[in-house]
Design a protein around this ligand. Structure first.
Ligand code: CP
Length: 349
């Protein structure tokens, strides 16, 4: 079974195939039950609204049996490792496990359901990057050549971790800007074109030259464990010093767009008056999350099989190439080549 643990598990070709599948699923009032007979477990060890609900709705609408686990009420609370828990799920016949964890890296065991990351510590949040990429693609009709400013807590953001691994491979040029204490390490994410401390630059100039700005929430809950906590900005002063104020938003061009993965703390990283700004795409991001996660679940546990029929745990080896570029324009009668394990479409069963 394929795992989707990192944005690097999605090739550019498979990203566009997933966009296409997500678009087809959105166009359907009644999505086909592509996960009928499959079971999907949601194992969340950190709070979530958007990711958890959208995965739950996505699996339900695709016809899966959905098992929702509050990690505090599982044997994880008694010290069982995530790997052992995943093995238990596999032994009980679970096909796909959607996992949110405080661990930076998810390492599925050899016997495991297909694991889809719903956010891992300060590491990655790959489906958030996918849905943001789709939202940008919808807004601009392209990704190639877009200039994206990522603004905020780079060091502790798993969303940034996935954006930096995904978007440059799709032709997006990322400028990343943060308070100096939250810049993070350049060498960890080499795809980022430019990384600047907000103390050294004019944020208005950065905004003026961006096609889109992705604002990140300061991850206050992670700072207590961070070595640089004393040097960190505080919530009270953040907006005026580093955030997207109403005045700074005037530097953004009318055709530019504002994204935020959510939850937004209005008044801290974005001025509340921008909630209804025509350039803001926060609501669209939430809506798009449902369809992107439907597409990812079909790839993880649906009716296409990964090439070669086996994934090696922890290697970021999701073989989504099987989806790439070959999706049908509509729900055509199935065509299946016997003996070919890489079906050309999830609709070809
Ligand atoms: N963006 C995001 O992951 O939101 P939730 O924490 O609400 O799932």
């Amino acid at each position: 079974m394929p795992h989707f643990l990192s944005a690097e598990d999605f090739s550019p070709r498979s990203v566009y195939a997933l966009f296409r599948l997500a678009g087809e699923l959105r166009a359907r009032q009644e999505p086909p039950k592509l996960l009928s007979g499959r079971s999907v477990a949601l194992l969340f060890g950190e709070p979530s609204t958007r990711t958890r609900l959208s995965f739950s709705l996505a699996a339900t609408r695709l016809g899966a049996e959905v098992l929702t686990l509050d990690e505090r009420l599982t044997s994880r609370a008694k010290g069982e490792t995530l790997a052992d828990t995943l093995e238990v799920l596999a032994l009980l016949g679970v096909d796909v496990a959607v996992v949110r964890t405080s661990e930076d890296v998810i390492r599925p065991p050899a016997l495991s359901p297909s694991v889809v990351s719903a956010g891992s510590g300060t590491g990655e949040h790959p489906t958030q990057a996918l849905l943001d990429a789709w939202t940008l693609y919808e807004a601009f009709g392209r990704l190639e050549g877009l200039r994206l400013l990522v603004l905020g807590d780079l060091r502790h953001s798993r969303v940034f971790g996935s954006h930096a691994r995904l978007l440059p491979r799709l032709g997006v040029r990322i400028t990343a800007a943060a308070p100096r204490a939250w810049l993070g390490r350049e060498e960890d994410l080499p795809g980022v074109a430019e990384r600047v401390a907000l103390e050294d630059v004019s944020l208005e100039d950065l905004l003026a030259s961006a096609d889109a700005v992705l604002v990140l929430r300061p991850q206050w809950e992670r700072h207590a464990h961070s070595a640089d906590a004393p040097a960190s900005p505080t919530p009270a002063s953040y907006l005026e010093r580093y955030g997207l104020t109403k005045a700074r938003a005037r530097a953004l061009r009318p055709e530019s767009r504002i994204l935020h993965p959510g939850p937004v703390t209005w008044g801290v990283e974005i001025d509340p008056s921008l909630r209804e700004d025509p350039r803001i795409l926060v609501r669209r991001q939430v809506e798009n999350g449902l369809y992107v996660r439907m597409a990812v679940l079909v790839a993880a546990g649906g009716n296409f099989e990964p090439c070669g029929g086996g994934a090696v745990a922890g290697e970021g080896n999701a073989d989504v190439e099987a989806l790439g570029g070959d999706l049908p324009p509509s729900f055509e009668p199935p065509v299946r080549e016997e003996g070919n394990r890489a079906f050309s479409s999830p609709f070809h069963r």
